[in-house]
Design a protein. Structure first.
Length: 185
């Protein structure tokens, strides 16, 4: 029984140590790095999802997080930095932090992009002190099934999010919240 408790504590410490460096601002990317990584991430997304490329032509802005690192064991967290693109230029930099609790174990990295389809959604980031997903404009997570049925005539929501380039293994059933906040670069 003591060995099981020790193994659990060790695994929790390893998970915590994997998560904490990901949120250390001293390791944050430069604006130039984020711009380059965001452009590459969007090109990867467009190659794998024609729907995402179609949305890019209709979107008022695109919020791109080229690398989110997530780890957890009971308690978990995810962190990454991204770029807001408006009219072909970079309009700001943001971070995304997710905290979670529940039955979960593992670590993974992924990218995500949020296509802000309305002025309401695009200006919400500027008007608010960050964006808590689930609060504010409606965000629809686009999976392969929805992507097949999405066209320029069926667009009706404020924002569409794509998660892509997933690596690693994370399994769980959790309660989580994500906050996106403007940062300086």
């Amino acid at each position: 029984m003591k060995i099981r408790t020790l193994c659990f504590a060790l695994l929790a410490a390893v998970t915590f140590s994997m998560t904490v460096p990901a949120v250390n601002p001293s390791q944050a990317a430069t604006a130039e790095d984020l711009n380059k990584d965001a452009d590459q991430a969007l090109q990867t997304l467009y190659r794998t999802s024609p729907t995402a490329e179609m949305l890019s032509h209709k979107a008022h802005a695109i919020l791109v997080f080229p690398s989110i690192v997530k780890a957890g064991l009971i308690f978990g967290g995810a962190y990454g930095e991204g770029v807001l693109k408006k009219g072909g230029s970079n309009a700001g930099y943001y971070n995304s932090f997710t905290g979670s609790w529940g039955l979960q174990a593992g670590a993974q990295a992924y990218s995500y992009a949020v296509f802000l389809m309305t002025d309401k959604a695009a200006s919400y980031l500027d008007r608010s002190d960050g964006w808590e997903l689930g609060v504010g404009p409606t965000v629809v997570l686009v999976d392969q099934g929805l992507a097949k049925n999405l066209s320029s005539s069926t667009l009706k929501d404020d924002a569409y999010a794509f998660i892509f380039s997933q690596q690693g293994l994370m399994a769980g059933l959790t309660i989580e919240g994500t906050k996106i906040t403007r940062i300086k670069r």
